[in-house]
Design a protein around this ligand. Sequence first.
Ligand code: GLU
Length: 453
Amino acid sequence: MHTTTIRTRFAPSPTGFMHIGGVRTALYAYLIAKHSGGQFLLRIEDTDRERYVEGAVDAIYRSLRDCGLNWDEGPDVGGAVGPYVQSERRELYREYAERLLELGGAFRDGDAIRQKIPREGSTTFHDAVYGEITVPNDSASMNEGVLLKSDGLPTYNFANVVDDHLMGITHVVRGSEYLSSDAKYDLLYRSFGWEIPTYVTVPLIMRDATHKLSKRAGDPTYEDLIAEGFLPQAILNYVALLGWSPGGEREFYTLPELADAFDIRGISKSPALFDKVKLRYFNAHYIREMPVDELAAMIRPRIPAELDARLLAPLLHQRIETLGDVGDESRLKLRFLWDFSEDYALTLFDNKKAKTNAAVALGVLTHLLPELERLEPWSLDEIAALLTTAVERLELKTGAVFGALRVAVSGESATPGGPAELCEVLGRAESLRRVRIAINRLEQLGGVLDEED
Ligand code: GLU
């Protein structure tokens, strides 16, 4: 049996940061190769010097490695069919342009070389996603575009064909903006007498019903999403489903699971909608799945140094959807942990359901203060046990005791985590300081109320 090893490539132009469409193209190319034990290549397409952005190549390497899309061959890892940077392949393009002239597939136009299009008939090509497409060979449909510019550098339209052939690419995965040029690429392959690879054109990604996702319109790049606190595996999982469906209900896939499941037949022609709310949902899943100490390491750079990330992480584990939620008060009230304002409303201590009010809270806190002062060790279990004992001793509702301490240490009526967790995160000194502030203020309030009597 004759089997060809599948070889795919991601061929970004170093023109800026990695956009979401780029991540998806890279991912699909990777998955098609890995699904059948093939090779995934990285090729840098830098022949358009005007659009070249310094640092963009490193950003591409970083983003791909960050999400585990490791390439088998590429500029920095080498391989048998290099170099993998187009600007280092200049001589090759000239050589092949000359050969194409001899074969009658091109003509000279001054210092440039243009593609020769036979003007009669039509060209039919096949795309794995969009099917069979026929384009008339007339000048309105196919122009005799430049292949080699007068500066000796190739255009994309020429370089992609030469490189994909020389690099043994079997499946060309790319965005739908290239679909209209595939007929011209077919003509080039035929002029050279080369085997035509399988085109796998992926659908557009939209920001809404009528607009493409666009950096200029403020849509995030991969790097932006990471900075906002999305996890690489969540981005990959979500992006995989933007234009591809595994069939069935399953949503969550790791990268190896995606490689197992991926099938070109599941790629859709219709545009896919990028939905950040859905991405948050995927991200929340991956946060909940991760070990809590891993989460602690990830939130450490996002919280003030005086807070212990190990103690805070369990509070956040089931509550945040992105790492960025940690600093977003509209999503999760946490600010009181490091930025405590002492003048919260004392009415927070009133709670009918827990049969408590400011006077009861003062009694609770006065009872708790010395107990907390001598508690050993200062741990979640010990603090919780102390509170349970206090509930029995004071013959109050649980809510009255827990609520009083919660308000005292947070200045909030609702908090992520109970008072014992908050005290543990805050540490003994800060917790006691806040309890004393509450006692002070409640005592003054009592004085005011007495005078009014
Ligand atoms: N350099 C092209 C781009 O970044 C690559 C297109 C392709 O994958 O062939 O859009």
